[in-house]
Design a protein around this ligand. Structure first.
Ligand SMILES: Nc1ncnc2c1ncn2[C@@H]1O[C@H](COP(=O)(O)OP(=O)(O)OP(=O)(O)O)[C@@H](O)[C@H]1O
Length: 341
């Protein structure tokens, strides 16, 4: 492991993740993606289901193995196989879409919130005594807006929004510096979503937290993040300041996401047909690799031969974002007024 000077809090550089596919094959879920998150800042990760958002975040925290590239915390390169030391696990916490995945239904809320503190200890590596743990749990539950007696009750006695607050408290009890928020409001009603988003904003202001904020909804991401990274099929489509990506999207995929227009996906239809054929032959094989083309080609109204033949490099778009698109000049020129406004 090595440290580099004046490093960002978290940095991923050219990260790829492969999952096992069939007996011997692998499937690339994230392909050469990089980003950085500075202390106290929020980076939004956006893309439709299956675009690799969670996989990328899991590569950060060591839950998905890194096949290529580097994950760094404070400039220190992390183990590609996923081992993380206690310091990392305190510094970087993960909140999932479903709070039930981190809350034990048979244990009190106080127990679930205290557990990471007991497992990881304080910053000095020591476990606080019983009184210290109780005080910390009470403080953190109050911070997330739960009543004082919440610690003695069970998860089932709370609403979905309150359970997500408990999951956030559980992440915060070890005083992390960055919290991965993975679709944390997707399962909540709209009014409860707004309350939880406001809570996250307040916590960031009060505690100086950084967030990696994951959502399929560009509107929600823009509300939370100053910087945005748009993923599709494991690759970066566009990145930049949230206002620029939202206000003048320079990639046809970002434009489609914003317009929320249902776009036919021949890629998926083809993949389904191939899967059916493979099942029929009782042979499992990896899907055709993306190869040297733009992965959005088959859904893109602007695609030409070059899009099928050459993988677009990351470059600056006319609207100032970073984009991987051969046709970005035309994409920006043809922005519908509703998107530009
Ligand atoms: N453990 C796994 N083994 C094999 N393939 C996986 C695994 N986890 C995810 N994948 C595949 O990797 C790709 C990216 O999945 P990922 O969950 O990262 O996407 P996502 O953008 O977070 O989508 P969602 O919002 O639906 O979770 C998908 O094709 C998915 O099927």
């Amino acid at each position: 492991m090595r440290a580099t000077g004046a490093a960002p809090l978290v940095e991923l550089d050219g990260v790829s993740v492969d999952y096992r596919w069939g007996r011997r094959g692998t499937r690339r879920a994230v392909d050469d993606v990089g980003f950085r998150v500075e202390a106290g800042a929020t980076l939004g990760l956006v893309g439709e289901s299956g675009s690799g958002k969670s996989t990328l975040a899991k590569a950060l925290v060591g839950l998905a193995p890194v096949a290529a590239g580097e994950v760094r915390l404070d400039g220190v390169v992390q183990d590609p196989a996923g081992r993380r030391d206690r310091g990392f696990l305190r510094d970087v916490q993960y909140v999932f879409q479903d709070p039930n995945s981190s809350l034990n239904p048979t244990r009190t809320v106080g127990w679930s919130v205290a557990e990471p503190l007991l497992a990881l200890g304080d910053r000095d590596g020591r476990r606080p005594g019983a009184d210290g743990v109780r005080a910390r749990v009470a403080d953190i539950l109050a911070r997330v807006g739960l009543p004082a007696d919440a610690a003695t009750r069970y998860p089932a006695q709370f609403s979905g929004g309150q359970r997500q607050r408990i999951a956030i408290a559980r992440a915060l009890v070890v005083a992390p510096r960055l919290v991965v928020c993975d679709e944390v409001v997707s399962a909540l009603d709209l009014s409860v979503q707004a309350q939880v988003l406001n809570l996250l904003t307040e916590l960031q202001r009060d505690l100086g937290l950084a967030y990696l904020f994951i959502s399929h909804d560009l509107g929600v991401v823009e509300h939370m993040a100053s910087q945005v990274l748009v993923l599709y099929r494991g690759r970066v489509m566009e990145s930049g300041a949230a206002v620029a990506v939202q206000g003048a999207p320079a990639h046809p995929y970002t434009q489609a996401l914003l317009a929320a227009a249902p776009v036919a996906d021949p890629d998926r239809q083809r993949a389904r047909r191939e899967a059916r054929a493979a099942r029929a032959a009782a042979v499992r094989s990896a899907p055709a690799p993306l190869g040297e083309s733009c992965p959005f080609t088959h859904r893109c109204l602007l695609a030409t031969d070059v899009c099928h033949e050459q993988r677009p490099a990351l470059r600056t778009s006319p609207s100032g974002t970073q984009v991987t698109c051969h046709r970005t000049e035309d994409a920006v020129a043809t922005l519908p007024p509703a998107v530009v406004a």
